[in-house]
Design a binder for this molecule. Sequence first.
Ligand SMILES: [Zn+2]
Length: 314
Amino acid sequence: MIRTTRHSYIFALLAFFAAAIGFALPVAAQDKMELRTVTDGVYMMQNDRGSSNASFVITPDGVVVLDADLRTADQVLAQIRKLTDKKVKYLITSHSAGDHASGAWQYREDKPVFIATKTQMRDLYMQEGKEFAERKKTDEVYKVSELVRPDLGFEGSMTLQFGGLTFILTEEGVGHSTSDVTVFIPQKRVMLMGDLLDTEIHPGQGESAGVFYSNVKGWTHSLDNIIARNLPVDTYVPGHGPVHIGRGVADLQEQKRYFIVMRDEVSKLMKAGKSLAEIEKTIEVPKEFAHYQRKPRLVSFVKLFYYQTIEQGY
Ligand SMILES: [Zn+2]
């Protein structure tokens, strides 16, 4: 009897630990970052869930990183450490959203120079700073971290010559966010797009602290501007979704076409007298984009297409 009781006790203990591990596993499994080699020395860490992709470039003088989500930047740094003993010297953000600009703290050991636009910098003092403070109350990762704000703020464009490479930072305007930045590395024939490019998924609405920022007119305008540069680029690296190595400008054209086609669908339903609620329920994704993942994201864009068409015509 005593043995059985003891066994029951041990079993209960094991069950407790199993449950504890069971609870821990989904958290640990969340937002896994997988390494993709874009080209020699240029890598993208692909996120499989709600966080963003991050990119890094290894040079003889150190590493340049684009985008850092506090929840996943530790995985990116661990991968960098596996590939090189060089320090992270520069951190650049494509825009100020938490999934791209909250994680500079994870690189604190290397003390990189953190570069952002002046608008992104302001966002990190305002709504993004507020969101970080809010998350600190509930999120375990945020609780033990601090918001690290940019060291350098620029407007328009900036060129960084580092490690034998040229990094051309361009503030493309207001599209996905308040200030979207791309990074073109001509020697590598690569352009890092941030969230101006999402692949194989419905694009995300820029949001922080409950305020929405995306603007379809600005977004397509930014894509037009980039396409019109006719850049010598093999691969445009997306902010979310898989990287299409060597697909070139076709990725940007597809992203632009998505907005035009989806806005057209909403407009047709508006002409047919449908309300926004009816459009949200009945809209069908055309065949070309039917394979896109994360369909719930479409809802916020249907609203955007609807109101922006009424307000501005397109
Ligand atoms: Zn994002």
